[in-house]
Design a protein around this ligand. Structure first.
Ligand code: SF4
Ligand code: SF4
Ligand code: SF4
Length: 329
């Protein structure tokens, strides 16, 4: 049955489900909002069919979650940009590529083979691919690269966070309420702070420029004090290069920041930026006696630099662009 209400589509890329949970978790404000929209597509809540979207001439608002990893994800991304007046990139995967984006530098065929030979639903149980075959399901064709929505089309609003923090989801709901009154946000609005997480962190040292990182410990090798900056305790925290706006929720839980809100303004590549800050603060008081070799040995203690520095942003990093450019030559 058609209605005169504005049409809203909630569309998935290769989601994990966490983004949907964060949206639903806001509860009443979302329920209020949805009474004013005609929700025409949302696979978790409706019997969403691709042809429903294809037939529509116009969608008012489309919220896209997850990265673009399959050909269907790509088709949906382009379709919503073509038809929707307001496109929202919801969650870090849609804004920067997110955790699935760590596959950006691996050939799709290698990813599929690894998945087929290793992934089980529970340890020691049947391989997922076997269960899929029994159900007549196939691994969908992958795109050559894993990309965020923001690289493929231009979103109107970007809501980073893995998943987005409740305060930012509420801000999005306000934007969608204003849209009902004919108010549109400025194009490319990012629901995050331009400043770094350190600037609003309760553990921020008095003078960040004098910060000394005494060593490098992995989380299981140390018991972090709750009132001291993680970096001052030798635990790598991506706060200095990460946008504020998440309510420093990991810090409150005594966990270092892993960077899910993405890089602060004017930082193109989180890994390179973090490495340069690290090199200047790591044992800065013993720089001379340590020498280059000693520094390199310490840096070797970082077990998985790619997974640590680029956990959420690899597809948008300078490094990836460079590697992909070389591979294409
Ligand atoms: S941003 Fe995080 S919660 Fe959302 S789909 Fe990606 S991995 Fe899942
Ligand atoms: S590095 Fe981490 S713990 Fe230290 S001030 Fe920044 S966000 Fe807080
Ligand atoms: S503290 Fe860092 S990793 Fe945790 S939610 Fe905030 S930005 Fe994301």
């Amino acid at each position: 049955m058609s209605s005169n209400k504005p049409k809203l589509a909630i569309v998935y890329g290769s989601v994990c489900g966490g983004c949907d949970v964060s949206l639903v978790n806001v509860g009443e404000p979302l329920a209020d909002l949805l009474t004013n929209y005609d929700v025409i597509y949302w696979s978790i809540a409706l019997d969403g069919k691709l042809h429903t979207l294809e037939k529509l001439e116009r969608i008012d608002v489309a919220i896209y979650m997850g990265p673009i990893r399959t050909e269907l994800n790509m088709k949906l991304a382009k379709l919503i940009r073509e038809k929707a007046d307001l496109v929202v990139a919801y969650g870090t995967c849609a804004v920067y590529g997110g955790i699935p984006g760590l596959g950006a530098l691996i050939k799709p065929s290698t990813l599929v083979e690894t998945m087929k030979s290793t992934v089980t639903t529970t340890p020691g149980s049947e391989k997922v691919v076997k269960s899929m075959e029994k159900e007549g399901l196939k691994i969908p064709p992958l795109t050559n690269q894993c990309l965020p929505l923001s690289v493929v089309v231009e979103p109107d609003v970007l809501v980073p966070g893995c998943p987005p923090a409740v305060e930012n989801v509420e801000k999005l709901i306000d934007i969608l309420k204003k849209y009902l009154r004919g108010e549109k946000p400025v194009k490319g609005l990012m629901l995050a702070e331009p400043r770094s997480l350190c600037e609003e962190c309760p553990r921020r040292p008095k003078d960040m420029s004098k910060l000394v990182i005494p060593n490098i410990y992995r989380l299981h090798e140390a018991v972090p004090k709750e009132d001291k900056c993680f970096l001052e305790q030798g635990i790598l925290c991506l706060g200095p290069i990460t946008r504020a706006g998440c309510g420093h929720r990991c810090i409150k839980a005594n966990m270092p920041c892993a960077g899910c809100m993405g890089p602060v303004q004017r930082v193109d590549d989180v890994g390179l930026k973090f490495l340069s800050s690290l090199a200047s603060a790591l044992l800065a008081d013993k720089e001379k006696e340590l020498g280059e070799e000693g520094l390199a040995k310490l840096l070797d203690k970082i077990v998985d630099p790619q997974g640590l520095f680029y956990r959420y942003t690899l597809p948008t990093s300078y490094l990836t662009k460079l590697v992909l450019k070389r591979l294409r030559k």
